[in-house]
Design a protein around this ligand. Structure first.
Ligand code: NDP
Length: 450
């Protein structure tokens, strides 16, 4: 029998790669991982975690304002970007080191350098060549930058987290997760924020009613240009001039492209293997995460199924267990809860109304639009919204959508209920916790149109 240096060689120590390495090693596999950039990947270093910290920072602005209606008064409130950046860096360094020590403690061999595939079983790391029974590609994705004149002046989410000081003004191009979240925090951290999106409503793919609300909220807090794109960007030394397709010109200090991410497959040596890419540049895998090369597997953003950290974790774990433990059942991508950390947050699980209709389902809609109790005194004109879709055949809740502060926190429990097949009757029979936002989930009684 052929012997290999390792049972599993993992390229990339992000969410999927670290999870797969740790589980495979704990299951007795001899595992190595190569990481050239940072441990913890996008999520820890330039994604979910720093974004959430900046989002927390921005919430204080709302809290200071809201507190006046509750009797607080103060002067000289000041925000210091450099303090936030320094504290964020410390925390990210701490977390990244934890990811590395998780690998060390699990007995995984770490190569802090780039790895390239030489064949179905071979990887080159610097001058060294290693062999492995299996290889896992978990190299993630990278911001996509559209092509137009002056695109070289664009920054991406990566560079935002390296900014040492806040710009006076910023324009963000895009209308997806990153654009909406970044616009939400920039505008509250004292930056004059412009959001430029080519569509008529933000957050394509989300429920239309939710999109309407978030678009309205962002129009209130930013300079929002819909059905607009950037045709050209020019550097005028102390500012950037943005030419919009509408003919309008804007002058801002920085412009961020939040225009999606692409699988990071360049220069991996894929040509030395049978691994194939789909037309979007993502690594093609079957339902076992196996590429067209039977010894090479891939998970996470590089396969571009659902680019979310918990999904990459699930996929990484699935591969490790299926290779080193037991035959696994099929992976389910149903009822993946997700949140967008804009203001207010939006969270969702299951079908949007449009997806349910497209799937030919017969369903009832329960919804409520309300202003949360806190804002009766704060005076803030922020709207909250809840919608449940209920399958007429079996009364199951098949879609839940929530726009409210901390909606992500509240949706997690609802996702558990939905995954266990909870019906609307179960929601109705559950007592609320009063007074909370979350009790709205169990107090919806009127069907839309009834
Ligand atoms: P998204 O795919 O969410 O959004 C990309 C946006 O850019 C869309 O609005 C798209 O418009 C627009 N766009 C794409 N190409 C162009 C172009 N050439 N010119 C102008 N606009 C363009 O990607 P993000 O970059 O926001 O985020 C990447 C992924 O990271 C997300 O999809 C998500 O999976 C993940 N993520 C998750 C977060 C969370 O869980 N909270 C937070 C941040 C990211 P259109 O809609 O018309 O296609």
């Amino acid at each position: 029998m052929e012997t290999y240096d390792y049972d599993l060689f993992v390229l990339g120590a992000g969410s999927g790669g670290v999870r797969a390495s740790r589980i495979a090693s704990n299951l007795g596999g001899r595992v190595a991982v190569a990481e050239e950039r940072y441990f913890g990947g996008t999520c820890v270093n330039v994604g979910c975690v720093p974004k959430k910290l900046y989002s927390y920072a921005s919430h204080y602005k709302d809290d200071f304002e809201d507190s006046r209606g509750f009797g607080w008064s103060f002067s000289n409130v000041h925000f210091d970007w450099a303090t936030l950046k320094k504290n964020k860096d410390n925390e990210i360094n701490r977390l990244s080191a934890i990811y590395k020590s998780i690998l060390n403690n699990s007995g995984v061999t770490i190569f802090e350098t780039r790895a390239r595939l030489l064949g179905p079983h071979h990887v080159k790391i610097g001058d060294k060549v290693c062999s492995a029974r299996y290889i896992l590609l978990a190299v993630g994705g990278w911001p996509y930058i559209p092509a137009f004149e002056g695109a070289e002046y664009l920054m991406t989410s990566n560079e935002v987290f390296a900014m040492e000081s806040a710009p006076k003004s910023i324009a963000i191009l895009g209308g997806g997760y990153i654009a909406v979240e970044f616009a939400s925090f920039f505008c509250r951290l004292g930056v004059d924020t412009t959001l430029i999106y080519r569509g008529s409503k933000l957050l394509r793919g989300f429920d239309e009613d939710v999109r309407d609300i978030i678009t309205r909220e962002l129009a209130r807090s930013t300079n929002l240009f819909l059905e607009s794109d950037i045709s050209c960007l020019s550097n005028k030394n102390n500012y950037l001039e943005v030419d919009l397709t509408s003919g309008l010109k804007l002058q801002v200090e920085q412009v961020v492209a939040a225009t999606g991410r692409r699988p990071l497959t360049q220069d991996l040596g894929l040509e030395n293997t049978g691994v194939q890419l789909n037309k979007y540049g993502a690594v093609k895998v079957d339902d076992r995460f196996c590429t067209a090369e039977p010894t090479i597997f891939a998970v996470g953003d590089v396969i571009d199924r659902v680019a979310l950290t918990p999904v990459a974790l699930m996929e990484g774990q699935w591969v490790a267990q299926s290779l080193f433990d037991k035959e696994m059942g099929s992976v389910s991508y149903e009822n993946i809860p997700t949140a967008v950390f804009c203001h207010p947050n939006l969270a969702t699980c299951g079908y949007s109304e449009e997806q349910a209709r497209a799937a030919g389902l017969s369903f009832d809609v329960y919804e409520s639009s309300f202003r949360q109790l806190k804002h009766t005194l704060s005076g803030r004109q922020e709207q909250s919204y809840i919608k449940l879709l209920v399958n007429q055949d079996d009364d199951r809740v098949i879609g839940a959508h929530f726009v409210a502060p901390d909606a992500g926190e509240l949706m997690q429990g609802v996702a558990v209920a939905m995954n266990s097949g909870a019906t609307k009757s179960v929601f109705d029979a559950t007592l609320g916790i009063h007074p909370t936002l979350a009790e709205e989930f169990v107090t919806l009684r009127e069907k839309r149109g009834a």
